[in-house]
Write a protein that binds this ligand. Structure first.
Ligand code: UD1
Length: 420
């Protein structure tokens, strides 16, 4: 199992290129199931989650060809509409095959994802939405078994904002008979990115990026070529790493317009942030002030950036509070940050962080994707050496993180251990 070894270093500085967004790439890869024609995707990040999803699609008979950041998919020869447990359990986003399979083939059997480290994360809204579109769905032997001759357009209200739920229903509705209206839909940029890709394939979607999305079903979709949007969470992670170390970095190939809440908080933390087309430049003005924040659906502050800010706040002046409103168990990094000397108390869904002068290096364990990123940031600002264990979580969502951080001057290396 690989580890990252991080030694105390100075301020990060320099330029780094951001990869395509994991959370945009996963749904557009699933969109390939909606057509018999080839879909070519560019800027697909080289991540473990992408490889897992490609394995799942190939298992169904999708022909895939991957060269660097381009993936060409052809779902002409799909021979089975099943997503088995051993593939779904490693990646919850596999649920995104449910809507497309049902819409195009009239049937799907997808293993229930079950709980995960950061919370219960049910998929009831995916199921209810498809039922409202006329699907017959039962749970059998741990699988969602769905059937529908042809889905019918419907008005669907979701009482919780769900990103993959919105994406699943939006994909299903592209081939339904009639008009579907998704109310209280997720406004995340990745949802809009998927809509752009689907429209390029001939879908008729309006309102993406707002909380009411209207989809007029069509008979069939075509192939297309589409470029996946840049990863706003990777961008945010590098910006926080730069801010925490008192750095001066320029991120390239980014979409600053999708990051207002994060950039606002970085400015409040005492960073000077300048955006231009495709670039963000961050330079710390002086000591890091730390920021209190509350996670909520887009355009508010993203839950996927909470852990990274907590690492930065751990060495900021004064006391800050981070409130998590999306997932019920997303403070697992707290224990590990404490091992590095952070002073953090958790009360319900709030973490109270009292800034300390310095963190001290230690061996810590990555527990989930974004928690791992926070441990890496903590390692960059800790005195001495920090070893982050179990970094397979990090490899699910960050492309070449150690290379990119090294490029910015960090002392970080990967150690591959053969023994486990
Ligand atoms: C997506 C992102 C993930 C991010 C999360 C919240 C992908 C692949 N993953 O996850 O990185 O942290 O959005 O921004 O895009 N819920 C229900 N019933 C449902 C579905 C969700 O109650 O049927 C609840 C969840 O338990 C959670 C909330 O809704 O409390 C939001 O979850 P959701 O937006 O669905 O997260 P994901 O789409 O799984």
């Amino acid at each position: 199992m690989d580890q990252l070894i991080i030694s105390e270093g100075g301020a990060l500085s320099g330029e780094v290129e951001v990869s395509g967004a994991k959370n945009a790439a996963l749904p557009v890869l699933c969109a390939s199931l909606l057509t018999a024609h080839p879909l070519t995707l560019d800027n697909v990040p080289d991540l473990r989650d992408v490889s897992t999803l490609l394995r799942l699609l190939r298992n169904m008979g999708v022909d895939t060809e991957r060269t660097q950041h381009r993936v060409r998919l052809s779902a002409e020869g799909v021979h089975q509409t099943v997503a088995p447990y051993d593939l779904v359990k490693t990646m919850r986003a596999s649920i995104l095959v449910l809507g497309p399979l049902l819409a195009r083939f009239g049937q799907a059997r997808v293993s229930l994802p079950g709980g995960c480290a950061i919370g219960e994360r049910p998929v009831d809204l995916h199921i209810k939405g498809l039922q409202a579109m006329g699907a017959r769905i039962e749970i059998a032997h741990g699988d969602i078994v769905a059937e529908a001759k042809r889905l019918k357009g419907a008005r669907i209200f979701m009482d919780t904002v769900t990103v993959t739920g919105t994406e699943n229903l939006m994909m299903a509705a592209t081939l339904a008979d009639g008009v579907t209206v998704l109310e209280n839909a997720a406004r995340e940029p990745e949802v809009a990115d998927l809509a752009h890709c689907l429209n390029a394939m001939g879908a008729r979607i309006r309102g993406h990026g707002t909380d009411v999305i209207t989809i007029e079903g069509v008979q069939a979709l075509q192939g297309a070529q589409y470029r996946v949007m840049p990863d706003r969470i990777e961008t945010g992670t590098f910006l926080v790493a730069a801010a925490a170390t008192g750095g001066d970095v320029r991120l390239l190939g980014v979409q600053p317009g999708s990051m207002d809440a994060v950039l606002d908080k970085l400015t409040e933390a005492n960073a000077q942030v300048t955006c231009s087309a495709g670039q963000i430049h961050l330079r710390m003005r002086g000591p890091n002030h730390g920021v209190s924040l509350r996670t909520a659906p887009y355009p508010a502050f993203p839950t996927d950036m909470q852990a990274q800010f907590m690492a930065m706040n751990a060495v900021a002046q004064g006391t800050t509070v981070i409130t998590e409103t999306i997932f019920e168990n997303r403070f697992m990094h707290v224990q590990e940050l404490r091992r590095l000397g952070a002073n953090i108390e958790v009360e319900g869904n709030a973490a109270i962080i009292r800034g300390v002068n310095r963190l001290q290096g230690a061996t810590v364990m990555a527990t989930d994707l974004r928690a791992s990123a926070s441990l890496v940031i903590a390692g960059l600002i800790a005195r001495g050496e920090t070893i982050v264990d179990r970094i397979y979580h990090l490899d699910r969502g960050y492309e070449k993180i150690e290379q990119k951080l090294s490029q910015l001057g960090a002392h970080i290396r990967r150690h591959s251990r053969e023994d486990s």
